[in-house]
Design a protein around this ligand. Structure first.
Ligand code: ATP
Length: 377
């Protein structure tokens, strides 16, 4: 079933939770709604489910307006973070529940229910605990049972609201891979709410990034990662260094005089600009006088002191402080002013023999420049 979301707006009192949201979801797609806390993800999911009504706009399922269709009749399955299983029922009975409460003429026979429940439990790889009670399950097992329960009534749409939010990092990772495999088997149109960018990028066919009730960008994981449409998306999709600068005639000069090509702004004339550089896009060298300049004497790198090095497995994360007034800011955290984050391999770190306190030169290999709209008005 495809889902067409058209011009959806929703306010709570004077607060605009959703503002003119438009999105077409193809039948069988797995979509991640990604955004910070309070951006409107759950509200949008609840409107699609029919648990909440929109002030404006329509939701269509395969071209049919759902406005007057009751939640019971929308054929939607839910899995929520705290969607508790029935404690007094076994795993088997929990999964069978949706089938047992069907109106008599639609209700499957006892034999059909048994067959269906056991096949779903096999699908979520938990048929061996059919007789247990929820209190005897791990958190990850409970969420898999919640998913089996949602699938029992053969929903046309599956809505998952932070289904793995309460689980530890390792279990989350296993479950999201497992969810992806399950989706590839079943192809139920699914919408998955998360504030975890890694989860969204790993699981979804398309990621929809939401900010303050509006869609900032919708695209495949690779599209949103490689070409973030806005500074917000850039900042939200992972660690990033933000440098302030000025763009003129296809070049942006950021603090400290480092020049970055920005051919997309060839007509800019001293416009305020923001340059985003991911930590792994910075080359790191040991400083020697003149190293920060290119053959023509132009500043190519930023001289900075290595404040802290964190080596975890194959990666070395370097925290550097610019020397001589060059400044970077973490896009999200203002308390990381002046801090530049670089990332190199642990192997390179070892080979270079870098020590905390040393002076280095960091050079952006690539950068993404945005004109600072607010400042240029
Ligand atoms: N019933 C309500 N009454 C008033 N305000 C509400 C109501 N439901 C949601 N909101 C507000 O609307 C905004 C969006 O809420 P929503 O739950 O959709 O956010 P979210 O993106 O899912 O956040 P989180 O990741 O924290 O769950 C929030 O500021 C929230 O406080």
């Amino acid at each position: 079933m495809s889902i067409e979301i058209q011009n959806i707006s929703k306010s709570f009192g004077s607060f605009k939770a959703l503002h003119n949201v438009n999105l077409d979801i193809k039948s069988g797609e797995l979509i991640a709604l990604l955004g910070p806390s309070g951006c409107g993800k759950t509200t949008l999911l609840r409107i699609i489910a029919g648990l909440e009504s929109a002030d404006q706009g329509t939701i269509q399922f395969s071209g049919e307006d759902t406005t007057d269709v009751h939640v019971r009749n929308r054929n939607v399955g839910f899995v929520f973070q705290h969607y508790a299983l029935f404690r007094h029922m076994t795993v088997f009975e929990n999964v069978a529940f949706g089938l047992r409460i069907k109106p008599r003429k639609e209700r499957p026979s006892e034999g059909q229910i048994r067959e269906k429940v056991m096949s779903l439990l096999k699908l979520v790889q938990l048929d061996w605990i059919a007789d247990r009670y929820p209190s005897q399950l791990s958190g990850g097992q409970r969420q898999r049972i919640a998913l089996a329960r949602a699938l029992a009534v053969e929903p046309k749409v599956l809505l998952l609201d932070e289904p793995f939010g309460a689980l530890d990092a390792k279990v989350r990772k296993e479950l999201r891979r497992w969810l992806r495999r399950l989706h590839d088997e079943l192809h139920v149109t699914s919408i998955f709410v998360t504030h975890d960018q890694e989860e969204a990028l790993e699981v979804a066919d398309r990621v929809v990034v939401i900010n303050k009730g509006q869609i900032e960008q919708a695209g495949t994981p690779q599209e949103v990662w490689d070409s973030p449409a806005s500074p917000f998306v850039y900042g939200f999709l992972g660690d990033v260094n933000l440098f302030h600068g000025r763009a003129t005639g296809g070049h942006t000069v950021v603090e400290g005089g480092v020049q970055i090509d920005s051919p997309e702004f060839a007509s800019a004339n001293n416009a305020q600009a923001l340059a985003y550089v991911r930590p792994h896009e910075l080359d790191v060298e040991r400083y020697s006088p003149g190293q920060e300049k290119d053959a023509d004497g132009r500043q190519r790198g930023i001289v900075a002191q290595l404040d802290r090095a964190i080596v975890v497995g194959p990666i070395a994360r370097l925290e550097l402080i610019a020397i001589g007034g060059h400044q970077a800011q973490g896009a999200e955290a203002s308390n990381s002013d002046k801090l530049i984050e670089a990332q190199i391999s642990a192997q390179q770190f070892k080979a270079m023999g870098l020590k905390e306190g040393e002076t280095l030169v960091v050079t952006p290999r690539q950068a993404r420049v945005f004109l600072d709209q607010a400042a240029n008005i």
